[in-house]
Design a protein around this ligand. Structure first.
Ligand SMILES: C[S@@+](CC[C@H](N)C(=O)[O-])C[C@H]1O[C@@H](n2cnc3c(N)ncnc32)[C@H](O)[C@@H]1O
Length: 232
């Protein structure tokens, strides 16, 4: 009898761990895009409270590097794919030295509603589109920069999304994405990419000047550039 109870408790604990991995650590990615987006819709109102973005850190690691790479463009047009609650648009537009416009795209309607409410004071300088990142509803060669932070590992195909991001970049345009790293990154079997693999993927989709910068415990930043006209 006691052996059955022990077995049942161990079985339940293992099942609980499995569910935690499936729904919390990997955020439903092994169950398909609809589950991922449903989970973000469910938790959208808590997102900013959980992340607690620090303005100085966002400015130093995201806004300034982007501004520097776009310094020759007076009013850059930027796409933030998987914008969530508008992290990149918000911190860019809060910077008085940034004169451009940002379009935030996300598959979760609830995340986008929060982003749109937050960015309302910026009027037409921020716009939001509900769509998946593997079918960007923009013509080729549109944006001076495309960003996608902390999201690629939750897409059905990071490769398809990166191809789309590259397509909509203008020649010479800048890509900033993140690579999952650290302990939990290895808990994404079949999806984890180490630095050489990730950089090779960016080169495969047509980018040059690809380089990785360590950023947070769980993420590296990877910058790349779409070759300019006539450049190979
Ligand atoms: C961890 S959040 C990151 C949000 C934002 N980039 C940030 O750094 O705060 C991941 C975002 O990816 C979005 N997402 C997940 N799958 C997507 C897909 N296939 N296409 C577009 N957005 C997606 C989610 O709705 C969520 O807003």
């Amino acid at each position: 009898m006691a052996a059955w109870i022990v077995l049942a408790v161990v079985g339940l604990a293992l099942f609980g761990l499995f569910l935690y991995w499936l729904l919390v650590i990997t955020e439903g990615v092994y169950l398909g895009r609809r589950v991922v987006v449903w989970l973000y819709d469910l938790t959208a109102v808590k997102y900013d409270g959980i992340k607690e973005f620090e303005p100085e850190m966002e400015s130093f690691f995201v806004v300034r590097p982007l501004r520097h790479r776009l310094r020759h463009i007076p009013a850059p047009l930027i796409l933030d794919a998987a914008t969530g609650t508008g992290r990149v648009p918000w911190f860019l537009l809060e910077d008085p030295l940034f004169n451009g416009r940002v379009i935030g795209l996300d598959a979760s309607g609830k995340m986008l509603r929060l982003a749109a409410a937050k960015l309302k004071p910026y009027g037409r300088r921020a716009a939001f589109v509900q769509q998946t990142a593997d079918r960007l509803p923009f013509p080729d060669n549109t944006f001076h920069a495309v960003t996608c932070l902390e999201s690629l590992e939750f897409f059905p195909s990071d490769t398809a999304a990166l191809r789309e991001m590259t397509r909509v970049l203008q020649p010479g345009g800048v890509l900033l994405v993140t690579r999952r790293r650290g302990r939990e990154a290895k808990l994404f079997p079949g999806r984890y990419r180490n630095v050489p693999q990730f950089e090779a993927l960016l080169r495969d989709v047509g980018l040059v000047d690809v380089h990785t910068l360590p950023w947070q415990e769980d993420y590296d930043q990877i910058f790349g550039r779409k070759p300019g006209n006539g450049e190979r």
